[in-house]
Design a protein around this ligand. Structure first.
Ligand code: DHB
Length: 279
């Protein structure tokens, strides 16, 4: 939903507070052949292969989003500091409000977790990107690491303005009749309700140790899920798979559910309960 101007305009009208684009790279990529996604009992397993039109072409798509009044956060993926900085600068020139660094795609060779799980690499990528742009920079990290805190501290050291946790979790599904993995790429990223406890745990661990704001993501389907992330320390949340489960109205519905919970609990602002579970 984050790749074309049409979809992004629809999401803005549906009540989202901001939009993160599909991750964009230097060159156009077709992505993997199908099957690239499969719905499982408790979530969605996908391995798209980072399909995207490439940064030049994406600029045209962003131009058509002039009527979108909410912030657009440009997500980018690269192989190294140089590529990330180049893409970030392009996104900034296109007018995005912030940059998200995809340091956590669970399966693409040379990208994502292959670079985003090494603290020194993460720190130098963030530092380089911060030098090349003036908009806020939010790295999105993986739960597939031995310590999210170590990664969180490294990116804070590099100058990140916030941290997004978590990306989809590395997983696979085998068809027992075909006796083969279902996905073309065999391994993919698992999203949806199954990964919520993993995301909440990562946000909680980060909130105890880093001072920058945290964006919580992973399995948020209802207002109650967003609240759980906020109690763990997230001051904003992202929604992905729930658009598939609840339709595009999910944004306005989740806002309503959060407000209703706040009213019942006597809160006027989310600041009154963000991180409350840490106390
Ligand atoms: C893809 C990218 C991701 O960042 C992710 O979490 C899952 C899949 C992809 O394009 O394959």
């Amino acid at each position: 939903m984050g790749e074309t101007s049409g979809a992004i305009i629809r999401i803005a009208k549906a009540g989202a507070g901001a939009i993160v684009t599909k991750s964009i790279g230097r060159e156009a990529r077709e992505g993997y052949p199908n099957p690239t996604a499969v719905e499982l009992e408790y979530g969605i397993l996908n391995s798209m292969g980072l399909p995207n039109p490439g940064i030049e072409e994406f600029g045209k798509e962003l131009k058509e989003m002039g009527e979108v009044k909410i912030p657009i956060i440009g997500s980018i993926f690269g192989r190294d500091s140089e590529e990330f900085s180049f893409l970030a600068k392009k996104m900034e020139d296109y007018g995005v409000s912030a940059i998200e660094l995809n340091l956590s795609c669970p399966h693409a060779r040379g990208y994502g977790t292959e670079i985003g799980t090494q603290p020194d690499v993460v720190e130098s990528i963030v530092r380089a990107v911060k030098k090349s742009v003036s908009v806020p920079v939010f790295p999105k990290i993986s739960a597939n690491v031995s310590s999210v805190v170590e990664i969180g501290k490294a990116l804070e050291e590099g100058g990140a303005d916030g941290v997004v946790a978590i990306n989809s979790v590395k997983a696979m599904k085998i068809d027992i009749n075909l006796k083969k993995p279902i996905l073309y790429n065999k391994v993919g990223g698992y999203s949806g309700r199954a990964i919520k406890p993993i995301g909440v745990r990562c946000v909680y661990e980060l909130a105890r140790e880093v001072d920058i704001p945290i964006v919580g993501v992973g399995g948020i389907e209802r207002g109650e899920d967003a609240i759980e992330y906020m109690l763990a320390g997230a001051s904003a949340v992202q929604i992905g798979s729930a658009v598939y489960y609840r339709g595009i109205e999910v944004f306005i519905e989740i806002c309503k559910e959060i407000k209703e919970w706040m009213r019942r609990n006597g809160y006027d602002s989310i600041d009154e309960f963000v991180g409350a579970a840490l106390k």
